[in-house]
Design a protein around this ligand. Structure first.
Ligand code: 5RP
Length: 221
């Protein structure tokens, strides 16, 4: 059973006619957008999407889902994946380097649903390094401060391009390994106070619901 697919498909049922939908990024959200695209076509839904990355933008375009922006519309519902989810529904995101726009769109939504397979559920956040998007010229300064804060850090390197990953906003991503996070909410704020940091991948106190794909079906918390 493809747990990401059943979860993405289940979340697509939550979108109602007339909704403006925040379109998250990643492989789980890919399934959500596919199912939403099918519904858009078959049910002739009057919906609009606000993408959180070029990935979700291009996919929505393939399905002919109308695109809008935060400048023009409020977001009724946002659906997005995550790299880790703790019992308080705090997240680490940014595995796809899209966390800055994801946080803006997801935060704007009246209802924010996270979709994950059960491997993403953890007792404590922090096994997955915290992605920190930085203005390129600040990367050495930010790396030094992260190390002073006790994190091992490295600039994320691209796989099919020489050199670093460049985000959709033209920045670098530093992956910071703090170990298990004692207080994600405080760390989220502290990281964003470092000069040159654009946004980090901790999403605390933002989530309304988590849909978890398990071998027994999709569990909703
Ligand atoms: C992108 C993200 C993704 O939502 C996160 O990495 C989960 O991806 P996937 O659904 O492919 O496991 O935060 O920046």
């Amino acid at each position: 059973m493809d747990l990401k697919k059943i979860t993405g498909y289940e979340a697509a049922k939550e979108v109602l006619d007339g909704h403006v939908v925040g379109l998250g990024t990643g492989s789980t959200t890919h399934h959500f957008i596919d199912k939403l695209g099918m519904r858009f076509k078959e049910e002739e839904l009057d919906i609009m999407g606000i993408p959180t990355s070029y990935q979700s933008f291009f996919l929505a375009k393939e399905w002919n889902i109308p695109i809008t922006t935060l400048e023009e519309h409020d977001v009724d519902i946002a659906v997005d994946g995550a790299d880790e989810v703790d019992p308080a529904m705090n997240l680490i995101k940014g595995g796809g380097a899209a966390h800055t726009l994801e946080k803006i769109v997801d935060y704007s939504a009246d209802r924010f649903i996270v979709i994950v397979d059960d491997s993403k559920m953890v007792k404590n956040l922090g096994e997955f390094p915290v992605p920190v998007e930085v203005i390129p010229c600040a990367s050495r300064l930010v790396s030094r401060i992260l190390e002073d804060m006790g994190a091992a850090s490295s600039i994320r390197m691209a796989e099919r391009k020489d050199g670093p990953v460049i985000t959709d906003n033209g920045n670098f991503v530093i992956d910071a390994e703090f170990g298990l996070l004692q207080d994600p909410e405080d760390l989220e704020v502290e990281l964003n106070s470092i000069p040159g940091v654009v946004e980090n991948g901790i999403f605390s106190s933002m989530v309304d619901q988590v849909f978890i794909g398990t071998p027994d079906g999709v569990k909703k918390i």
